[in-house]
Design a protein around this ligand. Structure first.
Ligand code: ADE
Length: 264
């Protein structure tokens, strides 16, 4: 039965709605899938801390996510760990050479099939929740972190399947951007969050920003929690949250709203 539903879902998997359906399906049936992410970098130290705390640590400890960091200098065929060189045509800034990247990529691809080879770059497609949802359904992913002026374009043409930017600004390397992407994907894997449904109600999951949240005390310095949240009436609370989500989205990110104002 599970297989049938899985096949049905994968047929319509190209739409955002079906992605969400697949996420729901996996979270509610608790279909834990071990995901493997291989990250190619010249600065593995930069990535050790982000993956050794909080949710990513839990994901790894629960065997839901494997993260493998590969120092490009360890496998480069060039002497003294060389991985970059001057760019043809002149100009400031070094370029990551094709050979060290190709050697490492082929080494990894010999052992398993990868669903995506992602290159982190400011000229890639802007990362969003839809892409995170989509990537969280994959099994094996390689992420290449660029440095210096970037990587030789032939690697982009012949190995890379997806180019991702986390925003319209330039970081000194792709590592911090890769950490953002892995975190956004990792928390969507079933079993990583303790409240299994909460990832589905994040900002952006329904095309809207999340509503405001409150905790105790109900009266803090005379500032009151909205009455409705203390009413114990789930219908009223849901309706209030939806209205607040719409209001926030209209005020802060009107571009997220479709023409009918309801979000995706
Ligand atoms: N590398 C440098 N800047 C970046 C960005 N904004 N997004 C992804 N990778 C990057």
């Amino acid at each position: 039965m599970n297989t049938l539903i899985g096949i049905g879902i994968s047929i319509i998997n190209h739409t955002f709605v079906s992605q969400l359906a697949t996420l729901y399906f996996r979270l509610y049936t608790f279909d834990p899938k071990n995901m493997r992410i291989d990250i190619i970098t010249v600065l593995p130290e930069l990535l050790e801390s982000p993956f050794n705390h909080s949710m990513m640590k839990r994901a790894k400890e629960r065997g839901l996510l494997e993260i493998h960091l590969h120092n490009l200098r360890d496998t480069t065929p060039y002497k003294q760990g060389q991985v970059d060189d001057y760019q043809f045509g002149g100009g400031a800034g070094m370029v990551m050479m094709p050979e060290p990247l190709a050697v490492l990529l082929e080494l990894l691809q010999k052992d398993r099939k990868y669903d995506e080879v992602i290159f982190m770059t400011p000229d890639g497609l802007l990362f969003d929740q839809k892409t995170a949802n989509n990537l969280s359904l994959k099994e094996n992913i390689i992420i290449i972190c660029g440095h210096y002026k970037g990587i030789d374009d032939r690697i982009r043409q012949h190995f890379v399947t997806k180019e991702i930017s986390i925003g319209d600004y330039v970081l000194s390397g792709g590592e911090l951007a890769a950490a953002v992407v892995v975190d956004a994907i990792g928390r969507l894997l079933p079993g990583v969050l303790n409240d299994e449904t909460s990832a589905l109600f994040d900002s952006f999951q329904d095309g809207l920003l999340a509503p405001p949240v409150y905790t105790r005390p109900a009266d803090f310095r005379g500032w009151q929690v909205p009455e409705v949240l203390l009413s114990g009436d789930p219908k009223k609370i849901d309706a209030w949250r939806h209205d607040e989500s719409l209001k926030r989205t209209e005020e802060r990110r009107p571009g997220l709203l479709r023409d009918d104002g309801k979000g995706e």
